[in-house]
Design a protein around this ligand. Structure first.
Ligand SMILES: [Zn+2]
Length: 242
C-alpha cells in the first residue's frame, strides 16, 4: 500500500503541518485568541522530525512554552503548566493559552507504518519510544521499574500499561491513537484544578503528526476552546490535501 492509500484508509482528514497550524490559528482568531494576547504551549515528541511543528507554531504565535517529552507524553506536570500560564500576556483582564498536544507516527513511501528515512541514517522508526515499548510488549518481558537513568521511558511504560488490557499487544498505529487520548486526559486532569475560567480562556488542539516521505502532516483529533467558561468545538475548514 502506498503512503497516500495509508492516509486515506487510516486518517480521515489530513492537513499539511503548515496548513494545520494556519487553520487552527484562524479558527482560534474567531474565538478571540491572537499572537499578541495568547501564549502557545506545545507538547510533541522530542524527536527532531517533530520539531518543524514547533517552528510553525512559533512563526504564528511567537515563542512557545515547551512541554515536549518522549512520544509527546504529558510528563511536565502542574509545575510546568503553572509556569507557562504565568508567562501568558494579560489583556482585557484575561489570560489566554493555546495548547498543542500531538504525538507522532511515520509512514514511508511504501506505506509502512512507523518507518521513515532520516538523512545520513537511512531507514528509521518513529515514534522510536513507542516502538521500543512495543518491542518489550512483544517479547512478553517488560521492565516497569522506575529507571533513574531512563525516567521518561519508564514513566511512559507505566502510564500506558494502565490503558492496555493485560496480555494484549496493540499495533503501532493503535498505540499512537491511545497515546493521543492519554496525553489529552493527563493534560486536562492537570489543568482542571489550576485553571480559572473566570479570568482565563484556553484552547486544546490535538491530532497525530504524520511523517510522510515528502513532509509532515497532521490528522486532527477533536479540539476545542473554552472562552469565558463556555466550550466551543473547533471545526477546521478545508479539504483533504492528499
Ligand atoms: Zn517519538
Amino acid at each position: 500500500m502506498k503512503f497516500e492509500n495509508v492516509l486515506i484508509r487510516f486518517f480521515p482528514t489530513v492537513y499539511t503541518e503548515a496548513n494545520f497550524v494556519e487553520k487552527t490559528f484562524q479558527s482560534l482568531k474567531s474565538q478571540g485568541f491572537t499572537a499578541e494576547n495568547a501564549i502557545a504551549i506545545v507538547d510533541v515528541c522530542r524527536d527532531e522530525i517533530s520539531q518543524p511543528f514547533l517552528r510553525l507554531v512559533k512563526d504564528k504565535w511567537g515563542e512557545a512554552f515547551n512541554l515536549c517529552s518522549l512520544a509527546g507524553m504529558f510528563f511536565a506536570g502542574r509545575t510546568a503548566l503553572l509556569a507557562a500560564m504565568h508567562h501568558a500576556p494579560r489583556q482585557d483582564g484575561r489570560e489566554r493559552y493555546v495548547f498543542f498536544a500531538i504525538p507522532h507516527v511515520a509512514v514511508d513511501g511504501g506505506g509502512q507504518i512507523g518507518v521513515c528515512e532520516r538523512p545520513g541514517v537511512g531507514e528509521s522508526n518513529a515514534c522510536g519510544a513507542l516502538n521500543a515499548f512495543l518491542k518489550e510488549l512483544q517479547k512478553g518481558k517488560l521492565n516497569v521499574s522506575l529507571d533513574e537513568n531512563d525516567l521518561e521511558q519508564s514513566l511512559l511504560k507505566m502510564r500506558l500499561l494502565k490503558e492496555i488490557p493485560y496480555g494484549q499487544v496493540p499495533d503501532l498505529l493503535s498505540l499512537t491513537r491511545l497515546v493521543q487520548k492519554v496525553i489529552i486526559t493527563d493534560l486536562e486532569n492537570a489543568l482542571r484544578p489550576i485553571i480559572n475560567p473566570g479570568k482565563c480562556d484556553y484552547a486544546v488542539i490535538s491530532g497525530i503528526q504524520i511523517h510522510g516521505p515528502d513532509g509532515n502532516y497532521v490528522c486532527p483529533s477533536p479540539s476545542y476552546a473554552i472562552v469565558k467558561g463556555t466550550r466551543q468545538d473547533l471545526f477546521l475548514p478545508g479539504a483533504k490535501c492528499v
